[in-house]
Design a protein around this ligand. Structure first.
Ligand code: C2E
Ligand code: CA
Ligand code: CA
Ligand code: CA
Length: 275
């Protein structure tokens, strides 16, 4: 038994070492990558649920890694948060998204994800104001998406930051609603313009009446509180019909379009009605 135990241990440790080494390497590559601007933003279309008209795009970051190819955010955002690189990366994302959107032929919105660490930065409002000024993007065209974890602290700072951002004339969305420590009191206490209902509810709507009931309740609550509600992850026509019937005002998902490079958006601008 002792031998087995040791054997298990031995085969485990090299794995750990390798993973740790890989993490360290990725960490230093990430710092360099931000310096060298090795990132690209892909844009996923947002549509009005009733008319199916294009209303904007969500910016989704990818890392064009010199060794590993195009990496999704799941491969590096957490690392960026843990190492503090997210501040510089987040500012780059914000500026790039504003600059791209300012060039679009239609005055639709651009939605930018903010990580909790970014949200806690002292000069966030100033940073956003500077990005708007540099790009000459109208504030009404920028929306920031934050997750519930930001609100856990539920203190005065959080509220001040949110009001500071709203005062710039931009809008704020609560992302992934229903997944975290969702609390309805957040919706009452914080000045959101939009609730984004997490894909996990939307994807179950066809088979689960409970999921339909939840989506319907959140959409109604949003409407009552003067917020728009976006259904995330709409992949099929049936899901589109169900989220529309249950009161969601906006839709996003593969049924309408996958995230794509900025250079490929022109097709959507030329035929905004085409689905
Ligand atoms: P999110 O903000 O909830 O973004 C939506 C994610 O769902 C995106 O994944 C998108 O590609 C994916 N998605 C959209 N429609 C569908 C669909 O119909 N079906 C399925 N299965 N998936 C769909 P992505 O691009 O891999 O991003 C994952 C997460 O990474 C984002 O979730 C967001 O939390 C984070 N992220 C992405 N870009 C940024 C960024 O610029 N800054 C920060 N801080 N986080 C980001
Ligand atoms: Ca988002
Ligand atoms: Ca989301
Ligand atoms: Ca998500």
């Amino acid at each position: 038994a002792k031998m087995e135990g040791r054997g298990t241990c031995r085969s485990f440790e090299p794995g750990m070492d390798a993973r740790l080494q890989e993490r360290r390497q990725l960490e230093s590559e990430l710092v360099l990558g931000v310096k060298k601007e090795q990132f690209v933003l892909h844009y996923q279309p947002l549509h009005d649920a009733k008319t199916s008209q294009l209303t904007g795009f969500e910016a989704l970051v990818r890392w064009s890694h010199p060794r590993l190819g195009l990496l999704p955010p799941s491969e590096f955002i957490q690392l960026a948060e843990e190492t503090g690189v997210i501040d510089a990366l987040g500012e780059w994302i914000l500026r790039r998204a504003c600059t791209d959107a300012a060039k679009w032929p239609l005055p639709v919105k651009v939605a930018v994800n903010l990580s909790p660490a970014q949200f806690k930065q002292q000069g966030l409002s100033l940073q956003v104001a500077a990005a708007l000024a540099a790009s000459e993007l109208l504030p009404s065209r920028l929306e920031l998406e934050i997750t519930e974890s930001v609100l856990l602290a539920n203190n005065e700072n959080t509220l001040n930051t949110l009001h500071g951002l709203r005062d710039l004339g931009i809008s704020i969305a609560m992302d992934d609603f229903g997944t975290g420590y969702s609390s309805l009191s957040y919706l009452r206490s914080f000045p959101f313009n939009r609730i984004k209902i997490d894909r996990s509810f939307v994807s179950l709507m066809c088979e689960s009446s409970e999921s339909r009931a939840i989506v319907k309740a959140v959409a109604e609550l949003g409407t009552t509180l003067g917020m728009t509600t976006t259904a995330e992850g709409v992949e099929t026509e049936d899901q589109y019909r169900l989220v529309r019937e249950n009161g969601c005002t906006d839709v996003q998902g593969w049924f309408f379009g996958r995230p794509m490079p900025a250079s490929e958006l022109h097709a959507l601008f030329e035929q905004p009605e085409a689905l």
